[in-house]
Design a protein around this ligand. Structure first.
Ligand code: GDP
Ligand code: IMO
Ligand code: MG
Length: 424
């Protein structure tokens, strides 16, 4: 095991948290590099269940060091709540959590603008998590962001907040017809976080460089999924960061030359939460069955997730843009009872067949999936721990996924707990 990037290869919630938790055991550092507390990564062991939003899932392994890189957007309140939750449950972050001083801060106006933008978009809304993620990244690109390092210097913070808030208040009042925000209230609330951040922040690229030189193993924990990536996803129904492997480089300050492998995580079917095209979405009866069996409710917002058949077109796209050499296939157990299982191998739109992913939103929204149908296995796989012991039809299904994606399946997950994992 060496330096690994682990990414979601669908629309998020693939089960990254579970795999990070397993791989963390053999890592020294676990690094989040993009997104913010829009993520929800679930880890289950013994009778415990943890949902991590912005702190790397590796934190649950005592002694492992965790990094929040420069590419992450940080809501100080959400972060301090998460730390408090961990502390309460016996997980200490002391000396183990390092935050990039260059990470941008999610400010109160980001959350409001996220909400108001969704409101004015009406039917065209994205279905965001309303955590302020999009507006925060927009400000970063517009050079109107406030970084943690800016907050740490009282004079810089005061000047920056004054400048930025005058622009935000004009938007709040004139565009959204809402109340302006008080400078002194934000200034006071955020200034209080200075002492909170002080022991946690550092130059994390320097830290990771030192780790590399000492031959430490680094695991990069992707959030969201490739189809939610702002460049490679189903734009505009995406998040505002690079959830694909490239994000690990720009979001951590680690050279691409130091990355050894990229592992993708997929569900044995597909889900997405929020709006946007979803070619293989189930009809209502299958939707109910899979949503109930797979407990497909958002770990951040609690919203019911939309479910559908495995879409090999989007997964192939993920293999390509991430350079995946390995796949973890999650939630195979959820398909246990189905008499037949479909895989989408192409889309048909206006007489044309699309075998490869297209960014054309019209094709994605109105194209019809071309399916192959495979027989189900109709028995429980939850207690199986060896690939060879899986039912014949389950093995065939996984082999077919390997063929279609031209990638090895190295992990198969048959339940939410640590132990319910098959290493192939
Ligand atoms: P992440 O955002 O990619 O980390 O995924 P989430 O944690 O949001 O959602 C994955 C959900 O599936 C969580 O509730 C996990 O506990 C659960 N899960 C993970 N692997 C399996 C599996 O193999 N089978 C079942 N039934 N549940 C799983
Ligand atoms: P994890 O890391 C699934 C979705 C939202 C919405 C879109 C934009 O748990 O896989 P945002 O708030 O980011 O501006 O919302 O992206 N989304 C996710 N969907 N899993 C996630 O994270 C997600 N993070 C954002 O539902 O459609
Ligand atoms: Mg999630």
């Amino acid at each position: 095991m060496s330096n690994i990037i682990l990414i979601g290869a669908q629309w998020g919630d693939e089960g990254k948290g579970k795999i990070i938790d397993l791989l963390a055991e053999k890592s020294d550092f676990i690094v989040r590099y993009q997104g913010g507390n829009n993520a929800g990564h679930t880890v289950k062991f013994a009778d415990k269940k943890f949902v991590l939003h912005v702190i790397p899932s590796g934190i649950l392994h005592p002694g492992k060091k965790c990094v929040i890189g420069n590419g992450v957007v940080v809501d100080p309140e959400a972060l301090s709540d998460e730390i408090a939750m961990l502390k309460k449950r016996g997980v200490s972050i002391a000396g183990r959590l390092f935050i990039s001083e260059q990470a941008h801060l999610i400010m109160p106006y980001h959350k409001l603008i996220d909400e108001y933008l969704e409101r004015v978009k009406g039917k065209g809304k994205i279905g965001t998590t309303k955590k302020g993620i999009g507006p925060c990244y927009a400000d970063k690109a517009a050079r109107l962001g406030i970084r943690i390092v800016d907050l740490m210097n009282d004079r810089v913070f005061r000047d920056r907040l004054k400048l930025v808030l005058s622009e935000k208040n004009a938007i709040l009042k004139k565009i959204f017809r809402e109340k302006a925000l008080s400078f002194s209230k934000i200034y006071k609330t955020y200034s209080r976080f200075r002492s909170f951040f002080k022991p946690l922040i550092c130059n994390t690229s320097l830290l990771l460089d030192a780790a590399y030189r000492k031959k430490k193993r680094v695991l990069f924990e992707g959030a969201q999924g490739t189809l939610l990536d702002v460049d490679y996803g189903t734009y505009p129904y995406v998040t505002s960061s690079n959830a694909s492997a490239g994000g690990a480089i720009t979001g951590s300050g680690v050279s691409p030359a130091r990355i050894d492998r990229v592992i993708g995580v997929v569900k044995a079917y597909t889900t997405r939460v929020g709006e946007g095209p979803f070619p293989t979405e189930f009809p209502p009866d299958l939707m109910d069955h899979v949503r109930t069996k797979g407990e497909e409710f958002g770990s951040t917002t609690g919203r019911p997730r939309r479910c559908g058949w495995f879409d090999a077109v989007i997964a192939r796209h993920s293999v390509l843009v991430n350079g995946l050499s390995q796949l973890a296939v999650m939630k195979l157990d959820v398909l246990d009872e189905l008499p037949e299982i479909k895989i989408c191998v192409a889309y048909r739109y206006r007489g044309k067949i699309y075998k490869y992913f297209t960014p054309d939103i019209e094709v994605l929204e109105h194209g019809t999936p071309v399916y192959e149908t495979h027989p189900g296995w109709r028995c429980s796989v939850e207690k199986i721990r060896k690939f060879s012991a899986l039912p014949k039809n389950a093995k065939r299904y996984l082999k077919r996924l390997e063929e279609l994606l031209d990638t090895k399946v190295t992990i198969v997950s048959v339940g939410s707990h640590r132990s319910q994992t098959i290493f192939v």
